[in-house]
Design a protein around this ligand. Structure first.
Ligand SMILES: [Zn+2]
Length: 131
């Protein structure tokens, strides 16, 4: 084995790995099981930009992944359930003045579906930040 390939696993034929074994980032190597993390992201329907998975794993910024937004139907369902009242400030708003929010944050395993959707008024959603 030459010096160049040392440390790289030449035996990895996993499709999921996709040559990741060869990535030399210390941060990536410090993650307990990057392949499991990546596989999970690859299979996650909420991740709309699969090409953003590597950058996401490197810096943890969810914006790389273009996480699926709630559909109008999901938002309307949540809006009606809440009777138009913002969960945070408890004031009433028009549907157009509100935004869908993950009840359980996506990065904690919350899905982008009607059950995990709550409506916040825009100022409250902004204040909450990073969803
Ligand atoms: Zn509010």
């Amino acid at each position: 084995m030459s010096l160049l390939t040392e440390g790289v696993s030449p035996s990895c034929k996993s499709l999921i790995c996709n040559g990741l074994c060869a990535v030399s980032s210390p941060l990536l190597r410090s993650i307990s099981s990057p392949v499991v993390v990546l596989a999970k992201l690859m299979m996650d329907d909420d991740v709309q930009k699969k090409s953003g998975i590597y950058p996401y794993v490197l810096d943890g910024d969810e914006r790389h992944l273009n996480i699926r937004a709630f559909s109008n139907n999901m938002k309307r369902e949540a809006y009606e359930r809440q009777q138009g009242v913002c969960v945070k400030c408890e004031k009433q708003f028009r549907l157009e003045a509100m935004e869908g929010d993950h009840i359980k944050p996506w990065h904690e395993g919350g899905k982008t579906n009607a059950e995990n959707c709550q409506m916040l008024c825009k100022p409250c959603n902004r204040r909450k930040g990073g969803d």
